[in-house]
Write a protein of this length. Structure first.
Lengths: 365, 619
């Protein structure tokens, strides 16, 4: 251009070039404007469609006559064997093989919610997690994920509780909650009715590991809980929630029972090695914790019925009346509806019914 | 990294490697990488896993003589690792400002940017590297900062290059780099004032295009300190007047603008050694004890300006303190990290390097804006809306290079074991805001604060509260053993003919909330029942009435739910209650203020006694 601008006259060539340039720019601007033009209201950001969770029990061929709850007692230096005995009690001939098949991706959900050492009993005992990891590996699991969305800083929680180290030692992946791993998950496809004890329609959950998994095993410590009575396996699913989940404490029984309905686990394991009897769910003093709770010696409970498992632990480990724990009853009601819709799973408040049917196994208690 | 610009001498790679400037570039690069590694390593997870790292991550601050001198002036001590500054200070006395061109990561950054963005031709480069009067400003800055430090306020960190760079990486660069890449942090980090902190770094970098190494030449107080110290240097650049033809070539890459073509200004020379490489006649060398007449050894600072700078520094202190921001009119929102010393001591020690902020696992530590006064700019404060002080974490104190935050053990922080007598370190005290707390102000069950409260016993007490619900006083129309049908009474006590319309089961209650009905029989006796549910006009009770209420009796419906109450004796001010409070606004239903923080109670200055609780005989 420089050589032309020094001229006083415009050449024909330059005139054409300028004209063409102006025309092309006009065309591009007009085309871009038309293409991007929004004639209606300003478009709203659309939320992502809510995802669905699979039934992690569906693929399991579990004999109706097998025990639903299995209790194993022992000592704190034999936790691995206790876990094994508890799981084997549910399926005497197959053990973990009844639940995990070769090629499975297993998600293990401990409670790693607090940056607290094992002795304070606020989190799942890492040796219980280790026992499960080994059994899953032996049963042929292709990949094992250990995940939780703790209340305190995730890295410190997994470090201090010892769960992170155990997972790494046993060759499992620790998946820390990162924002990208969360996704809205559909809990029910209609507006929840508060009067019927419903609260969730959809909510952000730690979806990535849940989607990757073919089997899900919950493994929760048994603890006192200031707000909802006790934190056991049903409350443990709270740790998969994202978002401002503390808002849900305004309807905590509704939330816990909604999660009990939403998540159909392969297996749940209650860690009764160090039971937090008071000042839960945080604890903080050794005196808040009692080995095995009311039983007085460490126990591990495995169950296919998470509701009955919670009821059993609430009564036998914490020494309280399950009739006072509102979320158990809500959960039973909600799961009953799910069972009637053909979903294969269990949810019974009254664990004594299993006792009558001879479906509680126990060893070493 | 910066090149000397020319490779006229020897094209062989071996010869290049032997050049002293090549060695310098390698050292600079390694030091910058080391600095960056320390920044990246100063995360809670790393410190927790490898406790030995704590010895190393603060090294760049610890070797910084300005930090040592500043804190020595304010506190009359040299804290722990700050003795390492002798490692830089002593060689400076012999070699001059070698730190600036060999070690300093900020200097290297400026050096690199100045080189990479250099579009000047030969004459312009020579002109840009001539000494200017403006370069005396850094000495005035240094004088003012040291005068303020002598009075008792440490402000050197505002412009100290190591503090500045560390702060910028923590508060702006890493979060910015994390935003598109998702690296460095699991979740996005938030730092208030990141725009200002980041812009300051950007300005420092960008000004290299106006004047090469603008920051180093014009502003850097550390460079100024070293400039003063280099007057004793035994080695410096020496000009061989017999060989020198005054071609000006030595100015082409001169980093310090120290007039190597005339009498060299040793206080400005950054010992980059480029002039030795550039001189086509071999007239420059780094000589041992050269003729003192060849150099200007003292900085070019007119005495009257120096006096004004001293005055400015001294006046800063009373001007800042007169606000009362650090004493009587302290901001109770300024909550310092666990182990922080008392506020006036804190302002003598904190260098605003923000390493503590980098180490904090929950993101609660923030570089302060003006909350703590202008004096406290970029010092660490806790923002409980972003995070909370994690109970078993003492990372901030572990990395503090100057003792502004003491190195605590976990048992010391929690007041366990041998520290039982001292009690836990308290950062402040939580207060319930009854106007916003859900159970208190809106009858919504909550008490998340109690759930997450980490002390044992909990510092938040669940209080059962009971009060009459809105339109809760009704008149009985009819009743059965388990139900009453009701009407809204009029003000004169007679029944309204219009039926009350309740939402079905609005008074049902659940595991955390109970609705109770007091039935006042006509003879004045009362009985109370929990409500099991309701229809539009009929209440159903749990159980059955002792006496079936007659028409005209009064029913009073109460709600009973749990509300939090803070036990000030137990509260440590960790702020997790405020973080986890489900109220999303910037005012939570429970909040922590600095009142009754441990660090102030140790110094019973009446102005700073922040106690909110009655003095107990035990203390």
């Amino acid at each position: 251009m420089d050589d032309h601008t020094s001229d006083t006259t415009l050449t024909r060539r330059e005139l054409i070039a300028r004209g063409a340039g102006a025309l092309v720019t006009t065309g591009v601007a007009a085309a871009a404007g038309m293409l991007l033009h929004e004639s209606g209201d300003a478009p709203q950001r659309k939320p992502d469609a809510a995802a669905r969770l699979p039934d992690y029990f569906a693929a399991i061929d579990f004999p109706q006559s097998n025990p639903r709850i299995s209790i194993a007692g022992g000592t704190e230096d034999r936790i691995g064997q206790m876990v094994r005995a508890a799981v084997n009690g549910l399926a005497p001939s197959q053990g973990m093989g009844a639940f995990v098949s070769s090629g499975d991706v297993v998600l293990i959900k401990p409670n790693a919610g607090f940056d607290r050492p094992v002795r304070l009993g606020a989190t799942t005992h890492p040796e219980v997690v280790r026992g499960l990891l080994r059994m899953c590996r032996e049963a042929g699991a292709r990949r094992i994920i250990v995940t939780d969305n703790p209340i305190e800083d995730p890295q410190s929680c997994f470090a201090r509780t010892g769960i992170g180290d155990v997972a790494r030692e046993e060759g499992a992946e620790v998946v820390l909650p990162v924002r990208s791993g969360f996704r809205e998950v559909m809990v029910r496809q209609r507006r929840p009715q508060r009067a019927a004890g419903e609260i969730l329609e959809h909510w952000p959950m730690l979806f990535e590991p849940l989607a990757a998994a073919t089997k899900v095993i919950g493994v929760a410590p048994v603890k006192d809980h200031s707000l909802c009575g006790a934190s056991m396996n049903l409350k443990n699913w709270y740790g998969l929630l994202g978002g401002r989940r503390h808002q849900l404490h305004q309807a905590i029984h509704e939330t816990i029972s909604d999660l009990a309905m939403l998540i159909s686990p392969t297996l749940v394991v209650a860690d009764g090695t160090r039971v937090m009897m008071q000042n839960g769910p945080t604890g903080g003093r050794i005196s808040d914790v009692q080995a095995g709770g009311r039983i007085g010696r460490p126990v591990v409970v495995a169950a296919v019925d998470p509701v009955a498992c919670d009821a059993w632990c609430f009564e036998n480990l914490l020494g309280r009346d399950p009739g006072t724990l509102a979320y158990l009853e809500y959960a039973q009601r909600k799961i009953e509806v799910a069972v009637s819709q053909g979903t294969h799973r269990f949810g019974r408040c009254d664990w004594r019914e299993y006792e009558r049917l001879g479906q509680i196994a126990s060893s070493g208690v | 990294m910066p090149d000397t610009g020319h490779t006229r001498k020897g094209s062989a790679v071996g010869a290049n490697l032997l050049r002293i400037t090549t060695v310098r570039i390698i050292v600079q690069t390694l030091c910058f990488i080391l600095f960056l590694s320390f920044v990246l390593l100063t995360s809670f997870a790393n410190l927790d896993r490898h406790p030995g790292l704590r010895m190393w991550v603060s090294k760049f601050i610890e070797v910084d003589p300005l930090i040592s001198l500043g804190t020595a002036l304010t506190t009359h001590t040299v804290y722990q690792g700050l003795l390492w500054s002798l490692v830089i200070l002593i060689p400076t006395l012999f070699f001059g400002r070698f730190f600036c061109s060999w070690i300093c990561p900020a200097g290297s950054l400026n050096h690199f940017v100045g080189w990479a963005f250099n579009r000047r031709n030969r004459d312009e480069r020579i002109a840009s590297n001539r000494y200017r009067r403006a370069y005396q400003l850094k000495y005035l800055v240094l004088i003012a900062l040291l005068a303020a430090a002598a009075c008792g306020t440490l402000q050197v960190g505002l412009l100290d290059p190591i503090s500045l760079l560390y702060r910028s990486f923590t508060g702006a660069v890493l979060p910015a780099a994390s935003m598109p890449t998702g690296r460095f942090f699991d979740d996005p980090r938030f730092y208030q004032g990141a725009l200002l902190i980041g812009s300051m770094l950007f300005a420092v970098v960008a000004l290299n295009l106006v004047i090469p190494r603008f920051f180093c030449r014009v502003l850097c107080p550390l460079g100024a300190l070293m400039g003063v110290l280099s007057r004793f240097a035994w080695w410096r650049i020496e000009r061989d007047e017999a060989k020198c033809v005054d071609c000006g070539q030595c100015l082409i890459d001169c980093e310090g603008a120290c007039d190597p073509h005339l009498r060299i200004r040793s206080s400005e020379c950054l010992v980059c050694l480029n002039c030795i490489e550039q001189c086509p006649h071999g007239a420059r060398r780094f000589g041992f004890l050269p003729d003192p007449r060849d150099s200007i050894r003292t900085p070019d600072v007119p005495r009257r300006r120096a006096i004004l700078a001293v005055l400015g520094g001294i006046l800063f202190f009373p001007f800042a303190r007169t606000s009362g921001r650090t004493t009587r009119a302290f901001a109770s929102t300024v909550i310092r990290p666990p182990g922080a010393v008392e506020e006036l001591d804190f302002l003598e020690r904190c260098t605003k390097c923000d390493q503590c902020i980098r180490a904090c696992p929950t993101n609660t530590l923030q570089p302060a804006g003006l909350q703590a006064g202008l004096e406290g700019l970029w010092t660490p404060i806790l923002d409980f809306r972003i995070g909370f002080c994690q109970r078993h974490c003492t990372a901030c104190g572990q990395v503090c290079p100057t003792g502004a935050i003491q190195r605590l053990s976990v048992s010391q922080k929690l007041g366990l074991g041998e520290f039982r007598g001292d009690g836990p370190i308290r950062l402040g005290t939580a207060h319930v805001d009854p106007g916003r707390c859900l159970p208190i102000s809106k009858d919504i069950p909550c008490t998340v604060c109690e759930e997450v409260c980490p002390t044992s016993p909990k510092a938040i007490l669940p209080q059962r509260r009971r009060h009459i619900v809105r339109d809760g006083i009704k008149t009985v129309v009819s009743a059965t053993a388990r139900t009453v049908t009701i009407l809204q009474p009029l003000e004169d006590g007679t029944a309204d003919n219009a039926s009350p319309v309740l939402s079905p089961n609005c008074w049902q209650g659940d595991g955390t909330t109970a609705y109770l009905a007091d039935v006042h029989h006509l003879d004045g006796e009362t009985e109370t029942h929990r409500l099991a549910g309701n229809t539009t006009d009929t209440l159903r009770i749990d159980g059955s009435f002792a006496r079936i209420p007659q028409a005209g009796s009064r029913v009073v419906v109460h709600i009973e739910l749990t509300a939090p109450q803070v036990d000030a004796d137990r509260c440590v001010g960790c702020g997790i209650c405020e973080t986890k409070c489900p109220i999303v606004g910037d005012r939570r239903g429970i909040y922590v203020t600095a009142e009754d923080e441990t660090r102030s109670r140790r110094h019973r200055d009446p102005d700073r006694n922040r106690s909110v609780r009655p003095v107990r005989s035990a203390e």
